[in-house]
Design a protein around this ligand. Sequence first.
Ligand SMILES: [Zn+2]
Ligand SMILES: [Zn+2]
Length: 369
Amino acid sequence: MAEEKIYEMLWDCEFCGSKKLLGKTHRHCPNCGATQDPTRRYFPLDSEKVAVQDHIYVGVDKICSFCATPNGAKATFCGNCGGALDGAKDVTLRTDQGAHVEDNIQIAKVDFENQKIINEGGVPPKTEDLAFKDSKFIKPHPKTPKWVLWMLGSIVFGTIGFVCVGVLWTEKVTLKVTKHEWSRSVDIERFKPVSDSSWCDSMPMNAYSVSRRSEVRSHRQVADGQECHMVRSDKGDGTYSERESCSTKYRSEPVYDSKCYYTIDRWAFERAATAKGIGADKDPYWPNPEYKSCSNSIGCERLGAKKESYVVHFEEESGEAKGEKHDCDLDQVKWKQYNSKTLYKSDKSVIFNYITCDSITESESIEEY
Ligand SMILES: [Zn+2]
Ligand SMILES: [Zn+2]
């Protein structure tokens, strides 16, 4: 435990304006005789510190419930009004602070208000962190002007609103089918040498032409000395203690490992064969590519992944946007159900101009139309 030094807190008399009175020595204002108000205690500047010699600490002051005078923890009756002190409340302590932070009555007031908010389960307004801030002065927190908040607010809500309206505000449009389009493709894979890399401890057995490189695999935290600062703690009896508080600093250090770059024989994509067509009269078919079928020797080929896509092209039949085109990517069964002899209805986003393919329903046939 680091050495603790005791100094006097300061307080300002609210009645006669006397400043920097001593918290322990001046229980009453030496100028007007007013009783010390413990909520007006604050930490002195470094240059104004008054040490307390041979301090005997008996505890946090108690506040007389009749006249609000702070009394030493051992007192049983109020030194001011003689009232009994049993059940009297302790004075509220200031939050711990860094050693070179300027303090005054205003900051003390904010500190107590914030403590009250925290005790009630709230979050105090974010001001400069009073504790552990070793700057010479506390900078006033710049306030954002109201009009800026209003502007930001309207931009955010405006955008959300716009998107919602854009998605929800739809109109019914009539569509006709202009084209059916399909495509089916099959990948052809070849057993061949490919380049790859992995950490050497997980390199496949059949890799060859290996080259190793040292690379960063992870980071570890390494202890890197102590970080110390002075902390001032309100003792609650008109004094405060100053002691050094230290914590271990860490730095991040890279951990190197061997990375292996190698060649390996394996199945890999070689090319794709595609079949495509227009119209739904003939059934789509899979391409039937030629490939060198054999297994696990260099140059062998096999069929790989399949992909298929079925698109119906629509055009708006009437209205302001007559002739406007829309595409729907569908599964094969649905794709085939659409035909050019039928009119369809769909929801269309008024702002973003897209149709909802799921919302398409039959309208009426062209013959009756
Ligand atoms: Zn006074
Ligand atoms: Zn009293």
